[in-house]
Design a protein around this ligand. Structure first.
Ligand code: SF4
Ligand code: SF4
Length: 148
Protein backbone atom coordinates (compact mmCIF):
# COMPACT_ATOMS: atom_id res chain seq x y z
CA UNK A 1 0.00 0.00 0.00
CA UNK A 2 1.21 3.51 -0.72
CA UNK A 3 0.03 6.85 0.50
CA UNK A 4 -0.71 9.93 -1.58
CA UNK A 5 -0.91 12.34 1.28
CA UNK A 6 -4.40 11.66 2.56
CA UNK A 7 -5.23 9.45 -0.43
CA UNK A 8 -4.13 5.92 0.39
CA UNK A 9 -3.95 3.44 -2.46
CA UNK A 10 -3.27 -0.24 -2.67
CA UNK A 11 -2.10 -1.71 -5.98
CA UNK A 12 -5.53 -2.86 -7.04
CA UNK A 13 -8.62 -2.86 -4.93
CA UNK A 14 -7.67 -5.43 -2.36
CA UNK A 15 -5.75 -6.05 0.78
CA UNK A 16 -5.24 -9.73 0.09
CA UNK A 17 -6.79 -13.07 -0.62
CA UNK A 18 -6.66 -16.48 0.92
CA UNK A 19 -7.70 -19.73 -0.68
CA UNK A 20 -9.53 -22.29 1.41
CA UNK A 21 -10.80 -25.73 0.50
CA UNK A 22 -14.28 -26.58 1.69
CA UNK A 23 -16.13 -29.73 0.63
CA UNK A 24 -13.58 -30.16 -2.14
CA UNK A 25 -14.25 -26.66 -3.52
CA UNK A 26 -11.69 -23.86 -3.61
CA UNK A 27 -13.06 -20.68 -2.06
CA UNK A 28 -11.73 -17.12 -2.33
CA UNK A 29 -11.60 -15.43 1.06
CA UNK A 30 -10.72 -11.72 1.11
CA UNK A 31 -8.23 -10.68 3.79
CA UNK A 32 -9.02 -7.20 5.00
CA UNK A 33 -5.97 -5.66 6.61
CA UNK A 34 -7.10 -2.05 6.22
CA UNK A 35 -10.49 -0.57 6.84
CA UNK A 36 -12.47 1.01 4.03
CA UNK A 37 -11.92 4.32 5.82
CA UNK A 38 -8.14 3.83 5.50
CA UNK A 39 -8.11 2.49 1.99
CA UNK A 40 -10.60 3.65 -0.64
CA UNK A 41 -9.52 0.82 -2.97
CA UNK A 42 -11.40 -1.69 -0.82
CA UNK A 43 -14.68 -0.04 -1.70
CA UNK A 44 -13.75 0.99 -5.24
CA UNK A 45 -12.31 -1.40 -7.86
CA UNK A 46 -12.92 1.07 -10.66
CA UNK A 47 -9.45 0.74 -12.22
CA UNK A 48 -10.01 -3.02 -12.63
CA UNK A 49 -13.09 -2.22 -14.70
CA UNK A 50 -11.87 0.69 -16.77
CA UNK A 51 -8.54 -0.06 -18.47
CA UNK A 52 -7.09 -2.73 -20.72
CA UNK A 53 -4.45 -4.61 -18.71
CA UNK A 54 -1.65 -5.92 -20.93
CA UNK A 55 1.57 -7.49 -19.69
CA UNK A 56 4.51 -9.54 -20.99
CA UNK A 57 3.65 -13.19 -21.55
CA UNK A 58 6.60 -14.24 -19.36
CA UNK A 59 4.36 -13.36 -16.39
CA UNK A 60 2.01 -16.22 -17.28
CA UNK A 61 2.16 -19.34 -15.14
CA UNK A 62 2.88 -21.47 -18.20
CA UNK A 63 5.98 -19.40 -18.91
CA UNK A 64 7.36 -19.43 -15.39
CA UNK A 65 5.39 -16.48 -14.04
CA UNK A 66 2.45 -16.41 -11.64
CA UNK A 67 -0.57 -15.11 -13.56
CA UNK A 68 -3.03 -17.97 -14.20
CA UNK A 69 -3.21 -18.61 -17.95
CA UNK A 70 -6.97 -19.11 -17.78
CA UNK A 71 -7.46 -15.46 -16.89
CA UNK A 72 -5.54 -14.11 -19.86
CA UNK A 73 -5.80 -13.87 -23.64
CA UNK A 74 -2.74 -13.65 -25.83
CA UNK A 75 -2.14 -10.34 -27.55
CA UNK A 76 0.31 -11.15 -30.29
CA UNK A 77 3.25 -13.46 -29.56
CA UNK A 78 4.79 -11.70 -26.59
CA UNK A 79 1.98 -10.11 -24.66
CA UNK A 80 -1.06 -11.23 -22.74
CA UNK A 81 -4.13 -9.34 -21.57
CA UNK A 82 -6.32 -9.95 -18.56
CA UNK A 83 -9.61 -11.40 -19.76
CA UNK A 84 -12.47 -8.95 -19.60
CA UNK A 85 -10.35 -5.82 -19.63
CA UNK A 86 -10.85 -5.23 -23.36
CA UNK A 87 -14.62 -5.61 -23.36
CA UNK A 88 -16.86 -2.68 -24.31
CA UNK A 89 -17.74 -2.52 -20.62
CA UNK A 90 -14.41 -3.66 -19.23
CA UNK A 91 -14.13 -5.67 -16.04
CA UNK A 92 -11.25 -7.97 -15.18
CA UNK A 93 -12.53 -11.50 -14.64
CA UNK A 94 -10.45 -11.70 -11.47
CA UNK A 95 -12.28 -8.81 -9.85
CA UNK A 96 -14.65 -10.00 -7.12
CA UNK A 97 -17.34 -8.03 -5.37
CA UNK A 98 -19.36 -4.95 -6.27
CA UNK A 99 -17.63 -1.84 -7.61
CA UNK A 100 -18.16 1.13 -5.34
CA UNK A 101 -19.12 -1.07 -2.39
CA UNK A 102 -16.75 -3.91 -1.56
CA UNK A 103 -14.19 -5.46 -3.90
CA UNK A 104 -11.14 -7.67 -3.91
CA UNK A 105 -8.78 -9.21 -6.44
CA UNK A 106 -9.23 -12.94 -6.92
CA UNK A 107 -5.54 -13.33 -7.83
CA UNK A 108 -4.01 -10.68 -5.62
CA UNK A 109 -0.69 -12.41 -5.00
CA UNK A 110 -0.52 -13.56 -8.62
CA UNK A 111 -1.65 -10.33 -10.30
CA UNK A 112 0.50 -9.03 -13.19
CA UNK A 113 2.93 -6.12 -13.03
CA UNK A 114 0.56 -3.36 -14.30
CA UNK A 115 -1.69 -4.06 -11.32
CA UNK A 116 1.29 -3.98 -8.95
CA UNK A 117 2.63 -0.76 -10.44
CA UNK A 118 -0.57 1.25 -10.61
CA UNK A 119 -0.53 2.66 -7.10
CA UNK A 120 3.24 3.20 -6.79
CA UNK A 121 3.11 5.24 -10.01
CA UNK A 122 0.09 7.12 -8.70
CA UNK A 123 2.20 8.02 -5.68
CA UNK A 124 4.56 10.05 -7.85
CA UNK A 125 1.65 11.60 -9.68
CA UNK A 126 1.68 9.52 -12.87
CA UNK A 127 -1.53 7.63 -12.35
CA UNK A 128 -3.42 9.77 -9.87
CA UNK A 129 -5.56 11.24 -12.62
CA UNK A 130 -6.13 7.80 -14.13
CA UNK A 131 -7.42 6.62 -10.77
CA UNK A 132 -9.95 9.42 -10.63
CA UNK A 133 -10.89 8.94 -14.31
CA UNK A 134 -11.68 5.31 -13.58
CA UNK A 135 -13.72 6.31 -10.55
CA UNK A 136 -15.65 8.88 -12.56
CA UNK A 137 -16.49 6.21 -15.12
CA UNK A 138 -18.27 4.32 -12.36
CA UNK A 139 -19.96 7.34 -10.84
CA UNK A 140 -17.60 7.46 -7.87
CA UNK A 141 -16.42 10.79 -6.48
CA UNK A 142 -12.92 12.06 -7.11
CA UNK A 143 -10.40 11.32 -4.38
CA UNK A 144 -8.32 14.24 -3.19
CA UNK A 145 -4.58 14.12 -3.61
CA UNK A 146 -3.06 16.18 -0.84
CA UNK A 147 0.64 16.55 -0.06
CA UNK A 148 1.49 14.76 3.14
S1 SF4 B 1 -9.42 3.43 -9.11
FE1 SF4 B 1 -8.01 4.23 -7.56
S2 SF4 B 1 -9.14 4.12 -5.60
FE2 SF4 B 1 -10.18 2.78 -7.10
S3 SF4 B 1 -9.29 0.72 -6.76
FE3 SF4 B 1 -8.13 1.71 -8.41
S4 SF4 B 1 -6.36 2.68 -7.38
FE4 SF4 B 1 -7.93 2.23 -5.80
S1 SF4 C 1 -5.79 -8.90 -11.66
FE1 SF4 C 1 -7.71 -7.89 -12.25
S2 SF4 C 1 -8.85 -7.66 -10.33
FE2 SF4 C 1 -6.71 -8.06 -9.80
S3 SF4 C 1 -5.78 -6.03 -9.52
FE3 SF4 C 1 -5.42 -6.66 -11.68
S4 SF4 C 1 -7.14 -5.80 -12.86
FE4 SF4 C 1 -7.71 -5.76 -10.67
Amino acid sequence: MVCLGRLILAPGPVAGLARRKENGKSLCIPIVTHTVMDNPCLSCGACCAAFRVTFHSSELESEGGRVPDGLADMEGREHARLKGTDYASPRCLALCGKIGEKVWCGIYSERPSPCREFAPLAEIGNYASACNRARARHGLPELPVVDG
